[in-house]
Each structure stands twice: as structure tokens, then as C-alpha cells.
Design a protein around this ligand. Structure first.
Ligand code: PLP
Length: 395
């Protein structure tokens, strides 16, 4: 019954989800407080109180048939204008509502833009380690994901290899900064050089290459680090934003695409993307959540909680002898496995009820991802377990 295209997806079903199920199994045996599940990127900081209040107010104040009704497939005009104004205030851009397309989170935004631009056999480049779903999203439209190998010194993109991997079939490049799983933020210098390479290749091949910036973690940046706004570097850019992490609303499925005027054939792309949203079956972003975004455009989750977790876990693991670069954003640590086969290391961790995700799930074996969007208490309680693991490995 299952299609040939679905079979590999079923066979390679997410290791992260499998780990999550394992966490539940261990919790039922040892008690939840004795299991240290660092596997999922599910925000543990609550949505701002203003979000909950806005939901109540909208239901009380706005007309039901409007709040729950259909709207333009690209989203409510006033919501899109509010998003554009906010971006202009923060990043000195000059967007308007016709540059903003409301989406069902970043996952849907990525699918929309890939459906809009890809012909079968077109190539999309990304940088390891990367969010594993990119491969599935590109294959949804019969594209080919081309992976640039990681620079494990810095986890900044390897731009020399990137330049070599661009071909006349390259139609898109996906970047993710702040990055899942490394927490690295791409600097202005990195983006400048990436843009120079892309412009030169567009000229050399006479093609258009769309830089797709996947930004669910834009707001999660620490120590005052700047997360440069990508449209300022390269005209053929599309921003894919999500409120899943910035407002802790992953289950509500709300985000947007920015399709700037500077993008080649911008108006046609926007129109096609709006239709892609419809025919992919999303139809439009959730109506109630769009109305919430309008009221909560300046709201933020409590970043301090993530920052405290980041420092506790990073310093704790470093003191125990683990090797890891300090993340500047998102809520993940990408830790070097003390043995070459990181899956074996994950198994060793599991014996101490510590659940972490193998780097091979992000095309970067030899490392593990530890999500610190968990309670501070869990991190405190887990450190003695990490100490035992470190001792086993003679760190
Ligand atoms: N991109 C990256 C890098 C992610 O880590 C995630 C979710 O964890 C997504 C996209 C999907 O986010 P959303 O919930 O907005 O679909």
C-alpha cells in the first residue's frame, strides 16, 4: 500500500523521536525525575503571559466568523503589515505586507519555498550538521540535497567547499543561524563572503540561486551576539521564520516567509508561494495564531532561563572534560563524543538514564546533541550522571 517514495522515510524514521519514546519508557521504570532526557528541542520556557491573554481577548472581542474564518492564502493583511513593520524597525529593512506570507511554522515555510522554486533534479546545498528534515523537504519536490562537510573547529560554514559544490543545477542554499544543533551564529563576515560566492556563481552560470535562511532560533541569542539579517547581504534571499521557539508555540504552527522585492521575479515568486501554501494542503496559517501574532509582535520568551541552563550545562560538561564549543544561540550543545562511534556513546549515556541524540542524525557523526530546553533542576540532577560517564571514559 505504501508508496515507493514513502518507504525510505518510514525505514529511517527519526532517531530523535525514537529517543523521546525511550525517555518515556525509562521514566516509567525509574521515575521521571531520575531520567535526564536531553533529546527533544521542545521549549520548556512557557509562552509569554501576553500570548495566553491575547487568545482570550481575541475570542472575547473579535467576531467568531472572522477569527475562525478563511482569509487570503498568504494571511491577514493587517498581520502581515504588522510583521513587516516590526522587521523594518528592528533591522532597517523596508518590507511591506506584500513581502510577508504567513505559514504553518518553519517546516511549512521551507516546503512552500522549495515547492515554489524546485524542478526535479535541482540541487539544494546545506551545511553539515543540519536539521535532518531538510533532506525530506527537498526530496518532496524531487530535488537533490547536497551537503557541505562540517568545519568541526568552529562549526562555521565551510565556504571553500561550498564554492566548489555550486553547479548550474544549484537552485537553493539552506542556512540555519543560530544553528540547530551547534548553537553557532553566522557572523556578518561569513554572510558577506557567502553572498559574494553566490553572486559570482549566479553570474558565471547565468542562474538564480535562492538563499533560504531558516530562522526559528533568531531570537534565542546570548551574550548580546548580533544575528545579522540576511536580506541585507544578498538579494536572492528568502527568510523562513517561526514562532515555535521565539514564543514557545511549536504546537500552534505559526511562522512566516519574507520574500523581499530584491529577489528576482519577487512578485511572481510571492504569488506562486501563496498558491503552493494552498495546494500543499495547508491553505493558510492558523487564523487565531495570526491574530495573536498581531497583538504580541513585541513579546519574547524568558531568555534568561535558557541562558542559565546554557551556562550550567556548558561549564559542567567542560569541567568534566567533555569537549564542546560554547553555543551563542538556540538551545543545544553539540558535544564531541569521547569515542569515535557516537552511537555507542549514546548507548553508554543511556545506561545512566541520560538521553542525547547522535550527531549522525545531523550528518555529523562523532558528536552528540544535548538539548538544554529542560528544567534547570534536570541539568543539576544530571551532572553526577555525566560525571560517572566521564569517569568511564577516563576524561
Ligand atoms: N528548522 C530548524 C533548524 C528546526 O530546528 C526546526 C524545529 O525544531 C524547524 C525548522 C521546524 O520548526 P517549526 O516548528 O517552525 O516547523
Amino acid at each position: 500500500m505504501i508508496s515507493e517514495k514513502m518507504k525510505p522515510l518510514v525505514n529511517n524514521n527519526s532517531a530523535i523521536r525514537a529517543m523521546f519514546e525511550e525517555g518515556k519508557r525509562l521514566a516509567s521504570i525509574y521515575g521521571a525525575e531520575n531520567v535526564y532526557d536531553f533529546s527533544l528541542g521542545n521549549p520548556n520556557v512557557p509562552a509569554p503571559a501576553a500570548v495566553n491573554q491575547a487568545i482570550k481577548d481575541i475570542l472575547d472581542e473579535e467576531d467568531s466568523t472572522f477569527v475562525h474564518g478563511y482569509m487570503s492564502n498568504s494571511g491577514y493583511e493587517d498581520v502581515r503589515a504588522t510583521v513587516a513593520d516590526s522587521l523594518n524597525r528592528r533591522f532597517g529593512t523596508h518590507f511591506n505586507q506584500d513581502n510577508i506570507l504567513m505559514t504553518v511554522g518553519a517546516a511549512s515555510g521551507l516546503n512552500i519555498i522549495l515547492k515554489t522554486i524546485l524542478n526535479p533534479g535541482d540541487e539544494v546545498i546545506t551545511f553539515a550538521p543540519y536539521f535532518v528534515e531538510y533532506g525530506s523537504y527537498v526530496r518532496n519536490y524531487d530535488g537533490v540535497l547536497v551537503v557541505v562537510s562540517p568545519d568541526t573547529e568552529t562549526f562555521q560554514p565551510n565556504l571553500d567547499e561550498f564554492e566548489q559544490k555550486i553547479t548550474p543545477r544549484t537552485k537553493g542554499v539552506i542556512i540555519n543561524t543560530p544553528n540547530n544543533p551547534t548553537g553557532v551564529v553566522y557572523s556578518a563576515g561569513t554572510l558577506e563572503r557567502m553572498a559574494d560566492i553566490l553572486r559570482a556563481k549566479e553570474k558565471e552560470y547565468g542562474t538564480a540561486i535562492v538563499l533560504i535562511s531558516d530562522e526559528p532560533y533568531r531570537e534565542l541569542a546570548y551574550d548580546g551576539v548580533e544575528v545579522p539579517y540576511v536580506t541585507g547581504f544578498y538579494d536572492d534571499t528568502v527568510i523562513c521564520y517561526s514562532y515555535s521557539k521565539s514564543l514557545s508555540l511549536p504546537g500552534e504552527r505559526i511562522g512566516y516567509l519574507v520574500i523581499p522585492d530584491e529577489l528576482q521575479d519577487s512578485k511572481e515568486v510571492f504569488n506562486a508561494a501563496t498558491i503552493a501554501n494552498r495546494v500543499m494542503g495547508c491553505v493558510n496559517a492558523p487564523s487565531l495564531m495570526q491574530r495573536v501574532i498581531k497583538r504580541c509582535i513585541d513579546e519574547q520568551v524568558n531568555l534568561e532561563a535558557y541562558d542559565k541552563n546554557r551556562n550550567l550545562l556548558y561549564n559542567g560538561l567542560k569541567d568534566l572534560g567533555f569537549v564542546c564549543i560554547k553555543p551563542q544561540g538556540a538551545f543545544y550543545l553539540f558535544v564531541k563524543s569521547p569515542e569515535a562511534d557516537e552511537k555507542k556513546f549514546c548507548e553508554a549515556c543511556k545506561k545512566h538514564n541520560v538521553l542525547v541524540v547522535p550527531g549522525s542524525s545531523f550528518a555529523c557523526p562523532g558528536y552528540v546533541r544535548i538539548s538544554y530546553c529542560v528544567s534547570y533542576g534536570q541539568i543539576e540532577r544530571s551532572l553526577p550522571a555525566f560525571a560517572k560517564i566521564a569517569a568511564e571514559y577516563g576524561l
